[in-house]
Design a protein around this ligand. Structure first.
Ligand code: J2J
Length: 526
C-alpha cells in the first residue's frame, strides 16, 4: 500500500475520489438505467438490470458464506454473467481473482490454494473444454458453474432477494487480485484498490474519448487488465456506453459483429490486428469503428502503418501492465507519434525512471530499464514479501522489466525486455514456471525456456532441455502432452523443443539461469 504522504497527495489532486465499483454501477443505474450496458449474443442487459443482478447475486453469494475480504477465483469467458459475478463480489467486498479462460488445473489449483479461495466460479464448457473438470483442482473452494452445473452449485440459482446485504467495502481496500504476466516460478498476484483502479479507468475513458454513445467490443478476455481498464469495459461503464462481448476473436466472428453492433472502439493484441488486416485488405473498412487500440506486445511499425488505410479507423498504441502504469498515444497525436511510439503515461503523477544495470539514470533519450511509481501503480505484490524486495526499490518504484527509451517529447518507445518472460502475442509466459514443470519429467536433467522470434506472434517459446543419460530421446509432441497432462495452460506449452547434450556455458562454472537463457538465445539466433 502507498505511504500516507502519497495517499494524501493522490487524494488532494483528485485522483482518488473515494468511489467504489459498486458506487459506479449504482450511479450508472440511476443516470443511465434504461440504456444497454452489455450485449452478449442476443441478450441485452441494461444498467438497471446489471445492478439488480449484481445485488441479487451478492445476496446469494453472501448466503453461501462469501464474506468481505474473502477471495473467489473467477474464470469465465466473455459472457454477460461475468459482470454479475464481479460486481456482486465488489459489492460484498470479496476479492475476485481473475483467472483467464485458458488456465487449467495447474493455474487454478495454485490460485485457489495461494489465495485460500472460498469459491471458484467457472463455466460449463468453453471452446470445447469442460471447465467442471477443474473442480478437483479448486480444493475446498465451493464450485459455482455458469451454465449446466453438473454436481456443483448453479450460478443461476444464487440470484436472491437483495434485502439485508451487509455494508460494502471502503474505497481504499483491495478490490480484486489481478494476475501478473510474471517472470518467476509461481504467478504473482496484484492487489488493486477501488480508488487507484477507478482513477486509471476514469482517466483512460477521457483519453480514449469514451461517451455514452461509445460501443466497445471486448474481444480479448474481459478479465485481462487491458480489456478491463484501458479504458476497457469499466471505462465504458464509467462513460455510460455499451459493451459488446465477443466469445471468439477470429475475423469471421468478429468482423460481422462489429458491423452488426456498430462498434466504435476495440482493443487487440498485435497478432489479432494482423489477422484482421489480412482479412480486410482490399475490402471495405469497418465503417463504425473509430479507434483500434493495439497493445500487450510491441506493434511493428510496418503493421501500424496499415491500420488506418485498411480499417479506416484511428490507431491508438497502448503500453500497459496489470501492476499499474498505462501509456497511450493520444487520439490527436501526429502520425509519427502514433505509428512509432508506445505512448505516454496517463497521469502527471506517474513517475518514470530509466536506469542502467547498476540503477543509475541513463542519459536522456537512451535505452534503459523502466521503473515507475504513481497513483495507480502497486507498491507490492500480494503476500510476496521476499519477491517484493527485488521487484520494487526501497522507495517504492516498480521494476517493470521493460527496456525503454523516453523521447524528448515524453513518449516512450519499448526497445526490449530484461525479464525472463516470453511475450507470445501478448500472452505472457514466465520462463521459470515452465522450466519447473519440465524439470519434473523423469527424462529431463535440466531445462531452460526462451523466446524465439516469430513473424506472426512476435515471439514463440522454445524449450532447451538436457536429457538424462540412457533415456529414450524426447520429442516435442511427447513434451507437450506431458505438460498438458500436468494441467498447464495451452499458451505456456513450448512451441519448440531443442535437445542438447549439455548447456553451452555450464562448463565455465556456476552461471545464473538468466545468463544461461541469454546464451541459449544467442545459440538459436546463430
Ligand atoms: C510492448 N510491450 C508491451 C506494448 C504491454 C493495457 C495494455 C497492455 C497491458 C498488458 C495492460 C506493450 N509494447 N504496447 O495491462 O492495461 C508488455 C510489457 C509489459 C507487459 C505487461 C493494459 N504493452 N507490453 O499487456 O500485465 O512487457 O499487461 O510490462 O499482461 O506487457 O503485461 P500485462
Amino acid at each position: 500500500m502507498w505511504p500516507e504522504e502519497f495517499a494524501r497527495r493522490y487524494r488532494e489532486r483528485g485522483y482518488w475520489t473515494g468511489q467504489t465499483f459498486d458506487d459506479l454501477l449504482r450511479e450508472r443505474a440511476s443516470t443511465h438505467g434504461d440504456r444497454v450496458a452489455v450485449v452478449d449474443g442476443d441478450r441485452h442487459v441494461t444498467y438497471r438490470e446489471l445492478r439488480d443482478n449484481a445485488l441479487r447475486l451478492a445476496s446469494g453469494l453472501h448466503r453461501l458464506g462469501v464474506r468481505r475480504g474473502d477471495r473467489v477465483v473467477v474464470q469465465l469467458p466473455n459472457a454477460a454473467e461475468y459482470f454479475d459475478v464481479v460486481f456482486a463480489l465488489f459489492r460484498l467486498g470479496a476479492l475476485p481473482v481473475f483467472a483467464l479462460p485458458a488456465h487449467r488445473a495447474a493455474e487454478i489449483g495454485y490460485f485457489c490454494a495461494h489465495t485460500e479461495a472460498v469459491a471458484y466460479v467457472t463455466t460449463d464448457v468453453h471452446e470445447g473444454f469442460d471447465h467442471r473438470t477443474l473442480a478437483a483442482a479448486a480444493g475446498p473452494a465451493t464450485v459455482i458453474v455458469a451454465g449446466s452445473p453438473g454436481p456443483f452449485t448453479a450460478l443461476a440459482d444464487l440470484y436472491d432477494d437483495p434485502a439485508g446485504l451487509p455494508p460494502g467495502p471502503w474505497p481504499g481496500e483491495t478490490a480484486f487480485l489481478q494476475l501478473s504476466g510474471g517472470s518467476t516460478g509461481l504467478p504473482k498476484l496484484i492487489p488493486r484498490t477501488h480508488d487507484d483502479y477507478l482513477y486509471s479507468v476514469r482517466a483512460s475513458a477521457e483519453i480514449c474519448g469514451l461517451t455514452q454513445d461509445s460501443v466497445y467490443l471486448a474481444v480479448l478476455p474481459v478479465a485481462h487488465n487491458f480489456t478491463m481498464s484501458s479504458p476497457g469495459v469499466l471505462g465504458v461503464f464509467h462513460a455510460g456506453g455499451r459493451v459488446v462481448l465477443a466469445r471468439r476473436a477470429d475475423p469471421a466472428t468478429v468482423l460481422p459483429l462489429i458491423a452488426r453492433e456498430q462498434v466504435t472502439i476495440t482493443a487487440v493484441v498485435p497478432p489479432l490486428a494482423l489477422l484482421w488486416l489480412d482479412a480486410l485488405s482490399g475490402k471495405r473498412g469497418l465503417s463504425s469503428l473509430q479507434v483500434l487500440q493495439v497493445g500487450g506486445a510491441k506493434l511493428a511499425g510496418s503493421v501500424a502503418e496499415r491500420i488506418t488505410p485498411v480499417l479506416g479507423c484511428k490507431l491508438q498504441q497502448v503500453f500497459g501492465m496489470a501492476e499499474g502504469l498505462v501509456n497511450y498515444t493520444r487520439l490527436d497525436d501526429p502520425d509519427e507519434v502514433v505509428l512509432h511510439t508506445q505512448g505516454r503515461p496517463i497521469s502527471p503523477d506517474d513517475e518514470l525512471l530509466v536506469l542502467d544495470d547498476d540503477d543509475r539514470p541513463v542519459p536522456p533519450g537512451t535505452v534503459g530499464h523502466l521503473l515507475t511509481r504513481g497513483p495507480y501503480t502497486i507498491r507490492g505484490y500480494w503476500r510476496a514479501d521476499e519477491h517484493n524486495r527485488t521487484a520494487f526499490t526501497a522507495d517504492g518504484f516498480y521494476r517493470t522489466g521493460d527496456l525503454v527509451r523516453v523521447r524528448d517529447d515524453g513518449y516512450l518507445v519499448v526497445e526490449g525486455r530484461a525479464k525472463d518472460q516470453i511475450n507470445r502475442g501478448g500472452e505472457k509466459i514466465a520462463a521459470e514456471e515452465v522450466e519447473n514443470h519440465l524439470l519434473t519429467h523423469p527424462a529431463v536433467h535440466d531445462a531452460a525456456v526462451v523466446a524465439v522470434p516469430d513473424p506472426y506472434l512476435g515471439e514463440r517459446s522454445c524449450a532447451f532441455v538436457v536429457v538424462r543419460d540412457g533415456v529414450a530421446p524426447l520429442t516435442l509432441p511427447a513434451v507437450r502432452r506431458y505438460l498438458r497432462e500436468r494441467g498447464l495452460a495451452g499458451y505456456k506449452i513450448p512451441d519448440r523443443l531443442q535437445v542438447l547434450d549439455a548447456f553451452p556455458i555450464t562448463g565455465v562454472g556456476k552461471v545464473s539461469r538468466r545468463e544461461l537463457r541469454a546464451a541459449l538465445r544467442t545459440l538459436q539466433e546463430g
